[in-house]
Design a protein around this ligand. Structure first.
Ligand code: SF4
Length: 490
């Protein structure tokens, strides 16, 4: 045997990582199913099902192509690797750089040789070079450099359409009585059924578990959703859980699709002239901008970044996050119910509902981070740590984002259909019918006003706070709301 090639469950692509130059018979391809992952943290069943079934399908495909593959069940990854290395002493262990600090460390301790992680468009050292030259890590600056470096949506050295973004045309509220395109359903096969049986769950048909299914999802997005993606990318509608979102992040995050393939398909469609620039730019930004930036920041900021708690938030995770019946806030009940159903909601409920509530209630960042990591289908460590700690709950003191994403009910009312069916009123900040978001938004600003006084980007908010005549009553109401949320009664 020439080498052992370790393939983690998030690098399931034959053309990248440790498989790229693997030999069908001279190398042993190893995937390890960690039993502690199955028994340990309370992962969302859809997420477990997706990861396991995708890996088993991938193994089947490799075997059909003649690769020498070992799918090994072990107590955990380290134990599994040790068992295999004992069977094949003196055979070098080769892997691509892993996608989390934890797994990277495990592979280091097994004396693995590392190949570069090419599951992203930006090598880690290139991102670190950019980041080390920045005073503040503005995603927008990184994104523009990416557009130029990758030559995407560029006309010479100018952005296509004359602008780097078309935000004025995008970020629209959800339209009334709109018919959204149907989402793709993925049929289950014998491997899926076996995994479902082992996990004792009845999975949805929302997520593909094969490369073929992931490609079908990409094609469906390009054909049915891409043209209208931009305008409603931030909207939250009652009639559709996915609107025009691509639903591709799980596949890019487990390797079934490479971002390069996604960008190529998007640009091919754009060049036909059927995709408006605002939709093309908004989608491209997510892939070559946000996704790469978040991964780059994860590695650049290091393993201790996740422990930040600069706003000294100490509240325990609210019961409504684990049980939607513990709240009468329509937006939160609907969002957590959606997560329970299919382990997914789009970026705005994640940021402006879930994270916003954790932020303004002063929920402990680590508890909230762990919950977010457990419940989302695409919740890789590199995604969640910067997104939650830096962007969601501002626990890094503004290292990543210059101001916190705190908002009251007015934003949610504008961008969603939720408030009409709610027992609270987004325009009220005191009284029993006051929207908890609105009350707690002001209370949050008040609690941290000294901290934010130094931040010129927060001056408007702090000015608004200083003009509130009913601040004393609001602070009393905020205490009632926080107690109610703690008890699952709001
Ligand atoms: Fe959510 Fe407040 Fe609107 Fe109710 S009123 S749906 S709690 S934002």
């Amino acid at each position: 045997m020439r080498s052992i090639r370790f393939i983690p469950f998030d690098q399931l692509h034959q053309k990248y990582g440790a498989l790229k130059d693997a030999h069908k018979t001279k190398d042993l391809i190893v995937l390890i199913e960690s039993q502690s992952m199955l028994k340990g943290a309370q992962w969302h069943p859809e997420r477990l099902f997706f990861l396991l079934s995708s890996a088993r399908h991938f193994v089947q495909t490799l075997q059909e192509k003649g690769f020498n593959v070992l799918y090994h069940k072990a107590e955990n990854t380290s134990a599994g690797l040790e068992e295999i290395q004992r069977q094949y002493p003196d055979t070098p262990l080769i892997c691509a750089e892993q996608s989390s600090f934890r797994l990277n460390e495990k592979l280091h301790s097994r004396q693995a040789t590392f190949l570069p992680n090419d599951f992203f468009l930006t090598p880690r050292n290139l991102f670190a070079e950019w980041a080390s030259e920045q005073k503040i890590f503005l995603m927008e600056n990184f994104y523009r450099k990416q557009r130029i470096r990758l030559n995407i949506l560029m006309q010479g050295d100018k952005p296509v359409g004359g602008a780097w973004n078309f935000d004025k045309k995008n970020r629209l509220p959800p339209p009334k009585n709109h018919t959204w395109p149907a989402t793709l359903e993925h049929q289950r096969d014998a491997i899926d059924n076996q995994v479902a049986q082992e996990l004792q769950i009845q999975p949805t048909t929302t997520w593909a578990t094969t490369r073929k299914g992931a490609v079908k999802q990409l094609n469906t997005f390009i054909k049915n959703h891409f043209a209208n993606f931009g305008p409603y990318e931030d909207a939250m509608a009652l009639e559709s859980w996915s609107l025009n979102h691509s639903l591709l992040s799980p596949y890019m995050n487990n390797g079934l699709l490479h971002p390069h393939e996604v960008i190529t398909a998007a640009m091919k469609a754009f060049k036909t002239g059927t995709i408006p620039a605002e939709s093309a730019e908004a989608f491209i930004r997510q892939i070559i901008g946000w996704r790469e930036y978040v991964n780059g920041m994860y590695w650049f900021l290091g393993p201790d970044y996740r422990h930040n708690n600069q706003l000294n938030a100490t509240r325990n995770l609210l019961p409504l996050f684990t049980d939607p019946n513990k709240t009468s806030m329509h937006c939160m009940k609907a969002t957590v119910t959606d997560i329970h159903t299919r382990a997914w909601v789009h970026h705005i409920p994640r940021l402006m509902l879930l994270s916003n509530l954790a932020l303004i209630t002063g929920t402990h960042p680590h508890q909230f981070l762990e919950w977010m990591r457990r419940v989302f289908i695409d919740a890789a460590d590199w995604v969640m740590v910067p997104n939650v700690i830096g962007m969601g709950v501002h626990a890094d003191g503004g290292l990543m984002m210059t101001k916190p994403y705190a908002a009251g009910g007015a934003y949610i009312s504008r961008m969603s259909h939720y408030c009409k069916g709610c027992s609270y009123d987004p325009t009220l900040r005191i009284g029993e019918r006051a929207c908890p978001f609105t009350t707690l938004y002001w209370d949050f600003l008040d609690r941290h006003k000294e901290h934010f006084a130094k931040n010129h980007r927060m001056s408007q908010q702090v000015y608004g706070l200083n003009r509130l005549a009913d601040l004393p009553q609001l602070k009393i109401r905020a205490q009632e709301v926080l107690a109610g949320l703690d008890n699952g009664e709001i």
